[in-house]
Write a protein that binds this ligand. Structure first.
Ligand code: HEM
Length: 404
């Protein structure tokens, strides 16, 4: 390894990632030796070209964490365990099993009626706004951005509003990782097993039924963890995408006009976020199938490579090209790339949730603005996720739609 490994934990990481990546690139080049919590080593790939190569070469940079050579360093209560633990799902599978699962997941999602999705997202957004609009302010993170994707995804699974609320509660409790996280995860597993049993008996026009009925031939035992991963993997980044776009619109005068209703800028804000503050900053990961050289570093068989999505998006190589096309360019790696990239129907669903989430909010509360100076906003303390810890806003009270 060249130089001292960079610590991926601790406060430095969240404050100013732009400068941090610049420093890492200058010191180590495109592939950076890092340590995670507990001094567990890994490589962080922040070069655009190198990351592209890693994602395009699954035979060498494989997905299954059963290949990892550092399991012996990992304590049972390691906080990063959810990032690496080997679950039998689309995320960690390889080869033919992955193709089978990824095809089925993609087909199940792409059966969604996008018009209905838009209408339902607007209805869910209205319900959430109804719960706080009669006051003068709220924390949009807890009352809106972290809830909306979970509610819409629950609807995609065919759940009614009551069960959707319940699922959204459990999902957010689990993700927050507090003392109730394990109980919430168990409740989620139980709810999903119940739903799978119901849909097996009575299929409907929903993602769960389409996955169960897919020629890929999912058993119930396979479907439950797959559906949980899909729900968690969809909810978390979509919530941060929506939250980060709203933050950008509240704090950057270029988007001032859209807060007052100039819709064309919502799309621009969302795309800019994918370049500047992408929801999944770092994703774990890939595991070297054999010894290999990458970006001037010697990677040993079984080494963990972390996908430095945000770092690669900031690589001067792609920045200069993207600058010519502005933030409208789609060349970022925020949805990853290659066999394990975020499925296209998932991206489309996420975008509809995010666009509609912004539009409905500014329609209902046109003078909404930050309740604190931008300098007092904090990012969540995580090198993996990029999202505001809270988003306090004020607005003129409005009548709830439900009360009309
Ligand atoms: C409805 C919302 C979403 C759903 C249902 C969803 C679903 C998925 C699924 C199933 C995968 C795994 C694909 C595989 O391993 O074959 C995946 C991967 C991924 N998704 Fe999404 N996703 C959603 C939204 C997002 C958003 C908003 C972002 C970030 C902007 C994102 C970023 C990623 C990334 C970075 C991966 C890469 C994994 C890798 O290369 O290992 N996703 N997503």
């Amino acid at each position: 390894m060249s130089g001292c490994p960079v610590r991926l934990h601790g406060p430095d990481f969240q404050a100013d990632p732009g400068s941090l990546y610049e420093k890492m690139r200058a010191e180590h080049g495109p592939v950076v030796p890092v340590t995670m919590e507990g001094d567990v080593p890994a490589w962080l790939v922040i070069g655009y070209r190198e990351l592209h190569h890693v994602l395009n070469t699954p035979g060498v940079f494989a997905r299954s964490s059963s290949r990892w050579n550092a399991w012996h360093l990992v304590p049972q209560d390691w906080p990063m365990l959810p990032m690496v633990i080997q679950l039998p799902t689309v995320l960690y599978s390889e080869g033919a099993d992955h193709r089978r699962r990824a095809g089925a997941v993609s087909d199940a999602l792409s059966g969604t009626d996008l018009h209905e999705l838009r209408t339902t997202t607007a209805r869910m957004a209205d319900r959430l706004i109804d719960s706080f609009c009669a006051t003068t302010g709220t924390d949009l993170r807890t009352s809106y951005t972290a809830r909306l994707p979970a509610l819409v995804l629950s609807w995609l699974y065919g759940l009614d509003d009551v069960r959707g609320d319940h699922l959204a509660d459990n999902m957010n409790t689990m993700i927050d990782g507090g003392p109730d996280a394990m109980a919430a995860q168990q409740a989620l597993m139980a709810a999903m097993a119940e739903l799978v049993a119901e849909r097996r008996l009575r299929p409907g026009p929903d993602v769960v039924s389409r996955l169960l009925g897919h020629p890929a031939g999912y058993t119930d035992e396979e479907a439950v963890p797959e559906l949980i991963v899909l729900l968690g993997g969809g909810n978390q980044p979509t919530a941060e995408w929506l939250g980060n776009a709203l933050r950008l619109m509240f704090t950057d005068e270029r988007f001032g006009a859209s807060i007052a209703g100039a819709r064309s800028s919502v799309q621009e804000a969302l795309n800019e976020v994918l370049w500047e503050d992408t929801p999944t900053q770092i994703h774990a990961g890939r595991y070297a199938a054999h010894d290999v050289e990458l970006g001037g570093q010697f990677i040993r068989q079984g080494d963990l490579l972390l996908l430095g999505l945000s770092g690669a998006n900031r690589d001067p190589l792609v920045r200069s090209a993207a600058a010519r096309g502005g933030h409208g360019s789609q060349a970022h790696l925020s949805f990853s790339h290659g066999a394990h990239q975020c499925p296209y129907p998932a991206r489309e669903i996420a975008e509809i949730i995010a666009v509609t989430g912004v539009e409905v909010l500014v329609d209902r509360l046109p003078d909404i603005e930050l309740a604190i100076p931008e300098s007092e906003l904090h990012w969540r303390p995580s090198p993996w996720v990029r999202g505001v810890a809270s988003l306090p806003v004020t607005f003129t009270p409005a009548e709830p739609y439900g009360a009309r």
